[in-house]
Design a protein around this ligand. Structure first.
Ligand SMILES: NC(=O)c1ccc[n+]([C@@H]2O[C@H](COP(=O)([O-])OP(=O)(O)OC[C@H]3O[C@@H](n4cnc5c(N)ncnc54)[C@H](OP(=O)(O)O)[C@@H]3O)[C@@H](O)[C@H]2O)c1
Length: 280
């Protein structure tokens, strides 16, 4: 009779918000392909969430869907405890869900700002807070346990345009929260930002031009998503990344030859002299 198999620990569990479609789904699949059990959060996209769960489960068994409107504080506060109850523990959260509605300086309103702030910044902070509470409890039995939060930001923060004012403000708030949470939640929870470049969102284009842009992007989108999902996976796995943001640049496709890195001139040996210290 063969020896019984050694007890293996359960796979790490990650909650990905907004994981029914698009980038959130791509991140969920990437993590499932790398052995993570995925809690698939969604709001309205019921069928798509079901599909993401099925596809993740084929890669790493046990994915489940969790519904919550991240604009509702009670729903946000209930989300992580529901995932913990289902899986026993959570090791990482990827805050990917976001409201993305058009406004400008001319049409800006408190209502639009609040809507974006709630789901895009407030929810990410509350979920991070809940993960920290969970880790503080877990560490009583597992002193070495630690967890990670990845916040999806936007390169628009570093390349400003005058549109999507409320969305951009909410991502700026999340960027600031990313730094503050990194200080506040360490060492139990690492916090990392990942900032994709604009992909399908192309706010200044409307009608036919938007369709043209989408068609042109379709071929590149896979690579774009892959780059962002790679960055999220790296953020989860590399314990040295904390309190910073990885900017994902789709302008440098992997198959495009890059200019050679110029060789540096060797440095002249350092010779201390009296003149160096300003005495003639
Ligand atoms: N795609 C890009 O080009 C790009 C560029 C830069 C940054 N990003 C960032 O990357 C992330 C993903 O981008 P994306 O384009 O894939 O996002 P998206 O399609 O605009 O939104 C992702 C999901 O967010 C969920 N969501 C929105 N409001 C919600 C709320 N109040 N409560 C709960 N869920 C809510 C929706 O889920 P349901 O459908 O289930 O309602 C939606 O499917 C975002 O944080 C975005 O800011 C994306």
């Amino acid at each position: 009779m063969s020896a019984p198999l050694a007890q293996t620990s359960p796979p790490s569990t990650v909650l990905v918000t907004g994981a029914a479609k698009r980038l959130g789904r791509a991140i969920a699949l990437k993590l499932a392909a790398n052995g993570w059990r995925v809690a698939v959060h969604y709001r309205d996209s019921v069928e798509e969430a079901r599909q993401t769960v099925a596809d993740c489960s084929r890669l790493t068994p046990g994915a489940q869907a969790f519904r919550a409107n991240l604009g509702n504080e009670t729903a946000v506060r209930n989300l992580l405890p529901a995932v913990i109850e289902a899986f026993g523990q959570v090791d990482a959260v990827v805050n990917c869900a976001s409201t993305f509605e058009h406004d400008t300086a001319a049409t800006f309103s408190f209502a639009a700002m609040e809507k974006h702030m709630r789901s895009n910044a407030g929810a990410a902070i509350l979920i991070s807070q809940a993960l920290h509470t969970h880790m503080a409890e877990r560490c009583k039995a597992q002193p070495d346990a630690s967890a990670v939060v990845v916040n999806l930001l936007d390169q628009k923060l570093w390349n400003q345009t005058p549109d999507f004012v409320s969305y951009t403000l909410s991502k700026a708030a999340l960027d600031a929260a990313n730094s503050m949470l990194a200080l506040a939640l360490s060492p139990l929870v690492r916090v990392v930002g990942v900032a994709p470049v604009m992909g399908q969102h192309q706010p200044l284009l409307m009608g036919e031009k938007l369709e043209e842009h989408r068609a042109a992007l379709a071929a590149r989108l896979q690579a774009t998503d892959l780059d962002t999902t790679d960055a999220v996976l790296l953020a989860l796995l590399d314990a040295s990344i904390h309190g910073t943001t990885l900017l994902v640049d789709e302008e440098l496709p992997k198959d495009k030859p890059q200019p050679p890195v110029p060789e540096l001139e060797p440095l002249a040996p350092f010779v201390p002299t009296a003149r160096r210290h300003g005495r003639r």
